[in-house]
Design a protein around this ligand. Structure first.
Ligand code: A2P
Length: 342
């Protein structure tokens, strides 16, 4: 690469887009220009970057002329339409929506787990679902050591995963309830304040939600092993930032809790927080704003021969979305897979 890339952030006014801009700045991502893009509604708005204000431009079919790298987080239908247009214009797209994740022509990548899959990209690379990313960081070292047969995961997912409007909805509902006013549910089908919703995304014919099936399918694609069985229950909880997961794993080989602690302690992107006697375990309020995925409550499942239970927490907007997207872009540069023409 002979010059720094021109980088478009598509969905720059959204929850993940804003975080992307922050992370590009914090990590000093190499760029010759940053172009924030959003819908026509946002034209004229400005976003902050490195102490300057950048003008938001409209995401249109012609917007990718001269752009080398486009980081998309503007919803599935926007990605479906514009990612191929951007790729045809010579741009490498890293897409945070679910639009391209299961496409056989698009690698689905967590850089700590399957960076090699970037080598066969054809212009569009998919960023996995937030709940899948943190699960992969915790499962990969265990799978490499003892072969995972089956995983049962239950999630406790923060409202920021749904976007800005959902964060505002939780805030407003809490405020209204505390002042004795009736609540309005607009983003979610039911009140989210002081409640848990066992529905994330739409229901499928098999009774699971789309989010639950994303975790099943994405795990197999990222791990590159169709023999791993995953079953998931995804729950939205009244937490602003940070997804938590209760994970039960059955392995081929026996691992003790101490083995798992040692494996995860040296795993990239993972921090073990597991001192039950001192009430030390991961919590979303501590994970928010952090890059790592935190694992605690590691213990053997006493009901089966080779089983482990654990609790996995990560900032869903950072590692679950914006950070992973930018780490994919960094890995593309490291592996010389981002061609920038003069
Ligand atoms: P806009 O603010 O102009 O609507 P969130 O996930 O927080 O709701 O953010 C969604 C992001 O995706 C926003 O930046 C939003 O821009 C952008 N977006 C939504 N729909 C479109 C579209 N049709 N074209 C371009 N950007 C879009």
């Amino acid at each position: 690469m002979s010059r720094n890339p021109v980088v478009a952030v598509c969905g720059a006014t959204g929850a993940v887009g804003q975080e992307m801009l922050k992370i590009l700045e914090q990590r000093d991502f190499p760029h010759s220009e940053i172009i924030p893009m959003a819908s026509a509604r946002s034209v004229g708005k400005k976003v902050a970057f490195k102490g300057r204000e950048l003008k938001v431009v409209e995401l249109t079919e012609d917007a990718f002329e001269g752009v080398d790298l486009a980081l998309f987080s503007a919803g599935g239908s926007t990605s479906e339409k514009f990612a191929p247009i951007a790729a045809r214009a010579g741009c490498v797209v890293v897409d945070n929506s679910s639009a391209w994740r299961m496409d056989d022509n698009c690698p689905l990548v967590v850089p700590e787990v399957n960076p090699h899959d970037l080598d066969w990209h054809r212009g569009i690379i998919a960023n996995p679902n937030c709940s899948t990313i943190q699960l992969m960081l915790a499962l990969k070292p265990i799978h490499d050591e003892a072969r995972i047969k089956r995983v049962v995961v239950s999630t406790y997912q923060a409202v920021s995963g749904t976007g800005h409007k959902a964060v505002e909805e939780l805030e407003n509902q809490v405020r209204r309830l505390m002042s004795g006013q009736p609540v309005v549910a607009d983003v979610y089908p039911h009140q989210i304040a002081f409640n848990c919703l066992p529905q994330i995304d739409v229901f499928m014919d098999n009774g699971y939600t789309k989010e639950e099936m994303k975790m099943v399918k994405e795990t197999i694609k990222i791990m590159g092993d169709p023999s791993i069985k995953v079953t998931a229950t995804c729950v939205r909880v009244p937490v602003f930032y940070g997804h938590s997961e209760s994970v039960n794993i059955e392995t081929e080989e026996k691992l003790t809790a101490a083995d798992v602690r040692a494996l995860l302690a040296k795993a990239p992107g993972v921090t073990v927080l597991d001192i039950p006697g001192k009430k030390v375990y991961p919590m979303p309020i501590d994970a928010a704003g952090e890059d790592d995925t935190f694992v605690g409550r590691i213990r053997e499942d006493e009901t089966i021969a080779n089983g482990i239970n654990m609790w996995v927490v990560s900032d869903n907007v950072r590692k679950g979305a914006a950070l992973n997207t930018i780490q994919i872009a960094e890995t593309l540069i490291e592996r010389d897979l981002l061609r920038v023409s003069e």
